[in-house]
Design a protein around this ligand. Structure first.
Ligand code: ADP
Ligand code: MG
Length: 322
């Protein structure tokens, strides 16, 4: 059975599961109204996920819902912002109740976990794609940009990278590895954990930050380019999860760690004297921070393995590049 647009919104997206005093007007009018407290800046980001491009066509609807919001929360994390509100622009091939129930369940559960309110959106028909715009808050002047890295800063990474690329591969092949490793890696792809708490703690400490969505090597390149500097990347210091190392040979694991994308960890730069403090705050969140390189004056990213320079043929994901 298919639903009309109005019923669909009413039924699946109008329920206010997150109560925020700063939402003056939510879903239902021509636009939403929110209050931005004095002294705060509005931090705005948008990310669209398209079926067959960012996730497989047959991915479970609750995971598609989760992912649509998670990648946007990750942008807030990268800025050190507190997510507050979001809009949802849905393009659907058909209004299928069961699909929508699960999709909205996955999406709204994550929204609730981050106290982020759905305040509006748009619904149209067409090939499946989900566009979220997220709005967050940061004390004026404190949001972490890509452009603040300085020569001598340490390049840091939260968690491990390469897992999501491995997970995507494992979704497509059945034979390999233990059930436990498979499920760990697949989960890292389908349910990335946005590092929102870490991002907030990095405010005033990290000199620059971004989330790793297109591959560490390419994303670090963007960060240092924005800062007008370069970096040394010690590829043997880039952390691999135990599951990734067990399931794939070291070359493949490294290739994915550097160029795989979709990990949604934070890559950030820190003045050396602040490293202890950073490790301590991350430790409180149960996160390990790895030091993986150094900011240098010369533009570009240079890779080293066991202290020796190496040339890599890598490329981050570029939607129009290949
Ligand atoms: P308009 O025609 O004025 O653009 P719509 O009929 O598209 O309004 O939407 C009606 C209301 O429902 C608006 O408040 C809009 O923000 C909201 N809305 C539409 N689609 C969604 C959605 N997928 N999720 C949440 N809110 C939605
Ligand atoms: Mg209108």
């Amino acid at each position: 059975m298919s639903l009309g647009e109005f019923q669909l919104i009413e039924r699946f997206f109008a329920r206010s599961l997150v109560d925020r005093d700063d939402v003056v007007l939510g879903v239902g009018d021509d636009a939403a109204l929110v209050k931005v407290p004095a002294g705060m800046e509005l931090v705005v980001a948008a990310d669209t996920i398209v079926s067959g491009v960012h996730f497989p066509h047959d991915l479970a609807p609750e995971l598609i819902g989760y992912r649509a919001l998670a990648v946007n929360l990750s942008d807030m994390a990268a800025m050190g912002a507190e997510p507050a509100w979001f809009t949802l622009s849905l393009t659907l091939p058909a209004a299928e109740e069961q699909w929508l129930e699960k999709f909205s369940g996955g999406l709204l559960e994550l929204a609730r976990a981050h106290r982020t309110a759905l305040i509006g959106g748009d619904t149209t028909s067409g090939p499946l794609s989900i566009a979220v715009q997220i709005l967050g808050l940061a004390p004026a002047g404190t949001a972490i940009r890509r452009s603040g890295a300085h020569e001598g800063d340490i390049v840091c990474l939260s968690g491990t990278v390469g897992d999501a690329a491995a997970g995507l591969r494992l979704l497509k092949e059945t034979s390999r590895s233990s059930a436990e490793d498979r499920s760990y890696l697949i989960k890292r792809f389908v349910c990335p954990t946005p590092r929102v708490e870490l991002g907030k703690l990095l405010r005033g400490k990290a000199s620059a930050a971004m989330d790793v969505s297109d591959g560490l090597y390419a994303d670090l390149g963007k960060l240092v380019a924005a800062s007008g500097v370069g970096a040394r990347l010690d590829i043997d210091a880039v952390p691999l999860s135990a599951a990734l190392s067990r399931c794939f040979d070291v070359e493949t694991a490294r290739e994915w760690a550097l160029a795989g994308g979709d990990d949604y960890e934070l890559c950030f730069t820190v003045p050396p004297q602040r490293m202890d403090e950073i490790r301590q705050v991350a430790g409180q969140l149960g996160l390990v921070i790895h030091s993986i390189g150094r900011v240098e004056a010369t533009p570009g990213v240079r890779c080293y393995d066991a202290g020796r320079p190496v040339e890599l043929q890598l490329k981050g994901y570029d939607h129009f590049g290949r």
